[in-house]
Design a protein around this ligand. Sequence first.
Ligand code: 13P
Length: 252
Amino acid sequence: MQKPLIAGNWKMNTTIHEGASLVIKLRELIKSIDSVDVVIAPPSTSIHHLNQLIAGSSIQLAGQNVFWKENGAYTGEISAEMLRAIGCSYVIIGHSERRALFGDTDDRVNKKAHAALKAGLKPIICVGETLEEKESNSTLGKVKGQIMRALAGLKTGSLKELTIAYEPIWAIGTGKSATPETAEEVHNSIRELLYEDYDTAAAKKIRIIYGGSVKPDNIDSLMAQPNIDGALVGGASLNAEDFARIVQFESV
Ligand code: 13P
Protein backbone atom coordinates (compact mmCIF):
# COMPACT_ATOMS: atom_id res chain seq x y z
CA MET A 1 0.00 0.00 0.00
CA GLN A 2 1.24 3.49 -0.78
CA LYS A 3 1.42 6.32 1.73
CA PRO A 4 -1.76 8.36 2.21
CA LEU A 5 -1.98 11.37 -0.08
CA ILE A 6 -3.14 14.74 1.21
CA ALA A 7 -3.41 17.32 -1.57
CA GLY A 8 -4.35 20.99 -1.34
CA ASN A 9 -6.16 22.42 -4.35
CA TRP A 10 -5.69 26.17 -4.09
CA LYS A 11 -7.97 26.78 -7.11
CA MET A 12 -7.79 30.40 -8.41
CA ASN A 13 -6.48 31.82 -5.14
CA THR A 14 -3.18 33.44 -4.12
CA THR A 15 -0.80 35.72 -5.95
CA ILE A 16 2.79 34.57 -6.15
CA HIS A 17 3.56 36.55 -2.95
CA GLU A 18 0.63 35.13 -1.01
CA GLY A 19 1.51 31.64 -2.20
CA ALA A 20 5.10 32.06 -1.05
CA SER A 21 4.11 33.12 2.44
CA LEU A 22 1.65 30.20 2.70
CA VAL A 23 4.30 27.70 1.62
CA ILE A 24 6.94 29.07 3.98
CA LYS A 25 4.53 28.64 6.92
CA LEU A 26 3.40 25.21 5.79
CA ARG A 27 6.92 23.97 5.26
CA GLU A 28 7.81 24.84 8.83
CA LEU A 29 4.64 23.32 10.29
CA ILE A 30 5.04 19.93 8.61
CA LYS A 31 8.80 19.60 8.46
CA SER A 32 8.89 16.35 10.42
CA ILE A 33 6.20 14.54 8.38
CA ASP A 34 7.30 11.76 6.08
CA SER A 35 4.48 9.23 6.48
CA VAL A 36 2.15 11.13 4.11
CA ASP A 37 2.55 12.35 0.54
CA VAL A 38 1.83 16.08 0.81
CA VAL A 39 0.92 17.83 -2.43
CA ILE A 40 -0.12 21.40 -3.18
CA ALA A 41 -1.72 22.59 -6.40
CA PRO A 42 -1.17 26.36 -6.64
CA PRO A 43 -2.15 28.50 -9.63
CA SER A 44 0.30 27.81 -12.46
CA THR A 45 1.70 31.37 -12.22
CA SER A 46 3.28 30.48 -8.86
CA ILE A 47 4.48 26.92 -9.39
CA HIS A 48 8.00 27.67 -10.57
CA HIS A 49 8.71 30.05 -7.71
CA LEU A 50 7.17 27.76 -5.08
CA ASN A 51 9.25 24.88 -6.39
CA GLN A 52 12.32 26.72 -5.18
CA LEU A 53 10.75 27.34 -1.76
CA ILE A 54 9.87 23.66 -1.17
CA ALA A 55 13.37 22.40 -1.99
CA GLY A 56 14.51 20.05 0.75
CA SER A 57 10.96 19.61 2.14
CA SER A 58 8.55 16.74 1.52
CA ILE A 59 5.99 18.99 -0.19
CA GLN A 60 5.31 18.11 -3.83
CA LEU A 61 3.62 20.15 -6.54
CA ALA A 62 0.60 19.53 -8.75
CA GLY A 63 -0.90 21.38 -11.69
CA GLN A 64 -4.64 22.10 -11.46
CA ASN A 65 -5.20 21.17 -15.09
CA VAL A 66 -3.28 20.14 -18.20
CA PHE A 67 -3.85 20.09 -21.97
CA TRP A 68 -3.24 16.82 -23.81
CA LYS A 69 -1.25 18.15 -26.77
CA GLU A 70 2.52 18.41 -26.46
CA ASN A 71 2.85 21.90 -27.97
CA GLY A 72 1.42 24.07 -30.72
CA ALA A 73 -1.18 26.74 -31.41
CA TYR A 74 -3.33 26.24 -28.30
CA THR A 75 -3.49 29.70 -26.76
CA GLY A 76 -3.79 29.67 -23.00
CA GLU A 77 -3.05 25.99 -22.52
CA ILE A 78 -0.21 24.25 -20.65
CA SER A 79 1.27 20.86 -21.56
CA ALA A 80 2.20 18.02 -19.23
CA GLU A 81 5.86 18.43 -20.16
CA MET A 82 5.72 22.11 -19.20
CA LEU A 83 4.31 21.23 -15.78
CA ARG A 84 7.03 18.61 -15.29
CA ALA A 85 9.70 21.13 -16.23
CA ILE A 86 8.64 23.58 -13.50
CA GLY A 87 8.62 20.93 -10.80
CA CYS A 88 5.19 19.28 -10.79
CA SER A 89 4.94 15.59 -10.06
CA TYR A 90 1.13 15.42 -10.00
CA VAL A 91 -1.75 16.99 -11.92
CA ILE A 92 -5.43 17.31 -11.02
CA ILE A 93 -7.63 16.24 -13.93
CA GLY A 94 -11.39 16.58 -14.41
CA HIS A 95 -12.19 18.62 -11.31
CA SER A 96 -15.95 19.23 -11.21
CA GLU A 97 -15.36 22.98 -11.61
CA ARG A 98 -13.53 22.32 -14.86
CA ARG A 99 -16.23 19.92 -15.99
CA ALA A 100 -19.03 22.38 -15.15
CA LEU A 101 -17.40 25.65 -16.25
CA PHE A 102 -14.74 24.81 -18.83
CA GLY A 103 -16.11 21.91 -20.84
CA ASP A 104 -14.01 19.04 -19.52
CA THR A 105 -15.81 15.91 -20.71
CA ASP A 106 -14.94 12.31 -19.81
CA ASP A 107 -13.23 12.00 -23.18
CA ARG A 108 -11.03 15.05 -22.47
CA VAL A 109 -10.27 13.71 -19.00
CA ASN A 110 -9.12 10.47 -20.59
CA LYS A 111 -6.87 12.29 -23.08
CA LYS A 112 -5.39 14.39 -20.28
CA ALA A 113 -4.71 11.29 -18.17
CA HIS A 114 -2.85 9.64 -21.07
CA ALA A 115 -0.81 12.80 -21.72
CA ALA A 116 0.05 13.24 -18.04
CA LEU A 117 1.28 9.66 -17.64
CA LYS A 118 3.30 9.89 -20.84
CA ALA A 119 5.12 12.94 -19.45
CA GLY A 120 5.70 11.30 -16.05
CA LEU A 121 3.03 13.23 -14.14
CA LYS A 122 0.77 11.38 -11.70
CA PRO A 123 -2.88 12.11 -12.48
CA ILE A 124 -5.39 12.83 -9.71
CA ILE A 125 -8.66 12.14 -11.50
CA CYS A 126 -11.74 13.74 -9.94
CA VAL A 127 -15.20 12.19 -10.06
CA GLY A 128 -18.41 12.86 -8.18
CA GLU A 129 -22.16 13.31 -8.34
CA THR A 130 -24.45 16.34 -8.10
CA LEU A 131 -27.03 16.68 -5.33
CA GLU A 132 -29.75 15.73 -7.80
CA GLU A 133 -27.89 12.56 -8.77
CA LYS A 134 -27.32 11.69 -5.11
CA GLU A 135 -31.00 12.16 -4.33
CA SER A 136 -32.02 9.92 -7.20
CA ASN A 137 -29.61 7.20 -6.03
CA SER A 138 -27.42 7.59 -9.10
CA THR A 139 -24.13 8.16 -7.28
CA LEU A 140 -22.50 4.82 -8.03
CA GLY A 141 -23.62 4.74 -11.67
CA LYS A 142 -22.29 8.26 -12.26
CA VAL A 143 -18.98 7.71 -10.54
CA LYS A 144 -18.33 4.31 -12.09
CA GLY A 145 -19.09 5.64 -15.58
CA GLN A 146 -16.73 8.58 -15.08
CA ILE A 147 -13.94 6.28 -13.91
CA MET A 148 -14.32 3.73 -16.68
CA ARG A 149 -14.22 6.45 -19.34
CA ALA A 150 -11.34 8.29 -17.65
CA LEU A 151 -9.22 5.15 -17.45
CA ALA A 152 -10.00 3.80 -20.93
CA GLY A 153 -6.88 2.47 -22.64
CA LEU A 154 -4.52 2.98 -19.68
CA LYS A 155 -2.00 0.21 -19.20
CA THR A 156 -2.18 -1.85 -16.00
CA GLY A 157 1.43 -0.92 -15.27
CA SER A 158 0.56 2.77 -15.02
CA LEU A 159 -2.21 2.32 -12.45
CA LYS A 160 0.16 2.70 -9.52
CA GLU A 161 0.70 6.31 -10.59
CA LEU A 162 -2.99 7.03 -10.49
CA THR A 163 -5.15 8.59 -7.79
CA ILE A 164 -8.92 8.84 -7.93
CA ALA A 165 -10.47 11.70 -5.99
CA TYR A 166 -14.11 11.15 -5.07
CA GLU A 167 -15.51 14.65 -4.68
CA PRO A 168 -19.30 14.80 -4.33
CA ILE A 169 -20.20 18.10 -5.98
CA TRP A 170 -22.73 18.95 -3.26
CA ALA A 171 -19.95 18.75 -0.67
CA ILE A 172 -17.50 21.09 -2.41
CA GLY A 173 -17.21 24.48 -0.72
CA THR A 174 -20.48 23.99 1.16
CA GLY A 175 -19.18 22.97 4.58
CA LYS A 176 -21.29 19.80 4.21
CA SER A 177 -18.85 16.93 3.94
CA ALA A 178 -20.05 13.44 3.12
CA THR A 179 -20.15 11.37 6.30
CA PRO A 180 -17.20 9.00 6.64
CA GLU A 181 -19.60 6.07 6.18
CA THR A 182 -21.14 7.48 2.97
CA ALA A 183 -17.72 8.28 1.53
CA GLU A 184 -16.44 4.83 2.49
CA GLU A 185 -19.34 3.16 0.74
CA VAL A 186 -18.51 4.95 -2.52
CA HIS A 187 -14.77 4.36 -2.15
CA ASN A 188 -15.40 0.68 -1.51
CA SER A 189 -17.52 0.43 -4.68
CA ILE A 190 -14.80 2.19 -6.66
CA ARG A 191 -12.25 -0.31 -5.32
CA GLU A 192 -14.51 -3.21 -6.36
CA LEU A 193 -14.94 -1.73 -9.82
CA LEU A 194 -11.15 -1.51 -10.17
CA TYR A 195 -10.80 -5.13 -9.02
CA GLU A 196 -13.27 -6.19 -11.72
CA ASP A 197 -11.45 -4.30 -14.46
CA TYR A 198 -7.81 -4.83 -13.49
CA ASP A 199 -5.88 -7.46 -11.61
CA THR A 200 -6.19 -7.13 -7.86
CA ALA A 201 -2.55 -6.27 -7.17
CA ALA A 202 -2.61 -3.42 -9.70
CA ALA A 203 -5.98 -2.11 -8.52
CA LYS A 204 -4.83 -2.06 -4.89
CA LYS A 205 -2.12 0.42 -5.79
CA ILE A 206 -4.58 3.10 -6.90
CA ARG A 207 -5.17 5.60 -4.13
CA ILE A 208 -8.77 6.70 -3.68
CA ILE A 209 -8.96 10.01 -1.86
CA TYR A 210 -11.95 12.04 -0.68
CA GLY A 211 -12.65 15.71 -1.33
CA GLY A 212 -15.47 18.04 -0.31
CA SER A 213 -15.37 20.25 2.82
CA VAL A 214 -12.46 18.39 4.40
CA LYS A 215 -11.46 20.30 7.54
CA PRO A 216 -9.29 19.73 10.62
CA ASP A 217 -12.36 18.54 12.52
CA ASN A 218 -13.48 15.81 10.11
CA ILE A 219 -10.20 14.50 8.67
CA ASP A 220 -9.55 11.96 11.44
CA SER A 221 -12.88 10.18 11.03
CA LEU A 222 -12.58 10.19 7.24
CA MET A 223 -9.06 8.75 7.34
CA ALA A 224 -10.19 6.04 9.77
CA GLN A 225 -12.16 4.40 6.91
CA PRO A 226 -10.36 1.49 5.26
CA ASN A 227 -10.79 2.66 1.66
CA ILE A 228 -10.10 6.37 2.16
CA ASP A 229 -6.45 6.79 1.22
CA GLY A 230 -6.19 10.54 1.57
CA ALA A 231 -7.93 13.84 0.90
CA LEU A 232 -8.21 16.57 -1.71
CA VAL A 233 -8.66 19.77 0.24
CA GLY A 234 -9.92 23.07 -1.16
CA GLY A 235 -10.67 25.99 1.19
CA ALA A 236 -8.84 24.60 4.22
CA SER A 237 -5.62 24.23 2.21
CA LEU A 238 -5.37 28.03 2.01
CA ASN A 239 -4.73 28.23 5.73
CA ALA A 240 -1.32 26.83 6.70
CA GLU A 241 -2.35 25.77 10.21
CA ASP A 242 -5.53 24.04 9.04
CA PHE A 243 -3.79 22.24 6.20
CA ALA A 244 -0.92 21.19 8.47
CA ARG A 245 -3.43 19.73 10.93
CA ILE A 246 -5.15 17.84 8.08
CA VAL A 247 -1.80 16.46 6.93
CA GLN A 248 -1.14 15.34 10.50
CA PHE A 249 -4.45 13.46 10.81
CA GLU A 250 -4.70 11.05 13.66
CA SER A 251 -4.71 7.52 12.39
CA VAL A 252 -6.94 5.31 14.46
P1 13P B 1 -13.47 22.39 -0.42
O1 13P B 1 -12.50 21.64 0.47
O2 13P B 1 -13.35 23.87 -0.33
O3 13P B 1 -14.87 21.90 -0.23
O4 13P B 1 -13.07 22.04 -1.94
C1 13P B 1 -12.90 20.71 -2.31
C2 13P B 1 -12.31 20.65 -3.65
O5 13P B 1 -12.95 21.01 -4.63
C3 13P B 1 -10.93 20.18 -3.78
O6 13P B 1 -10.59 19.94 -5.09
